[in-house]
Design a binder for this molecule. Sequence first.
Ligand code: DGY
Length: 320
Amino acid sequence: MAKPRLLITRKLRTVVEKRASHDYDVVFNVDDDVFSEEDLILACQGVDAVLPCHSERFDAAVIRAIGPRLKIIANHSVGTDHVDLDAAKAAGIVVTNTPDVLSDATAEIAILCMLGAARRGAEGDALVRSGQWTTWSPSFMVGRQVTGRRFGVLGMGRVGQVTADRARGFGMEIHYHNRRRLPDHLEKRAVYHPTLDGLLAVSDVLSLHCPATAENMNVMNARTLALLPDRAIVVNTARGALIDEIALIAALRSGKLFAAGLDVFQTEPGGNSTLAGMSNVFLLPHIGSATEDTRDAMGFRALDNLDAFFAGQAPGDRVA
Ligand code: DGY
């Protein structure tokens, strides 16, 4: 029997590509260039399955234009905000993601962002590198200590839970807001806030871990940022769409916020040039899941979903 034809849109780890080649007739993107919308449609028209990343947008128009051959979008990401799930369902296309396997890596980056923001990591690094580190005194580069403070988690899913565990290691008191309260064994004595406003009022550090659904767009805006304790720290490793960056910049400039640690931005790649010019911001280029172990695991998980689908079984991570 002919192998299903699979488009892999970006360069993946060699072990993942090898396994894919064994089981599928793979179309690789050898140059790893981002597809234009037109090229993405064209490439998907000639395959049974696609294994994309969050860098490829499957909006309703793209899905309609692809036509009947494509049967499954097996994402190499936990986030699925780049795929119009309703349009995929309407077109009879199955959609899967890669949950769980990137929680540890993303939690590490959330903690790095928190510490980088609280302890002025970007500023200190720049000072040493530029050769302008010419002094030291007890009042030099004084930051905020996170030990013992309140760590607010917005979105207590898998990544939120692991990040909360890591924050516990700093003696932080965990607070969270989620659609549903967690059972005791997952809550682990964290304080549940039934409203977002309730969580914000007690979050010395606020870490975002919710998906970028339509209702969560700009969930952190001028009104909600004002509810945080004075000199709070905001951390975002989820999606840039969750924060109104103009309001964030205003809060950082006014001193309402002490600092922010950001791995994701409204515009990617690229980020925000105003934020990039500010000293109280620690910035990374969307690398939450970028470790060797996690990239392998994400690739294998996406292939597991494809294997199940083509074996006539339900893929474990079906989201549409
Ligand atoms: C994810 O898995 O959603 C990460 O943001 C990388 O795409």
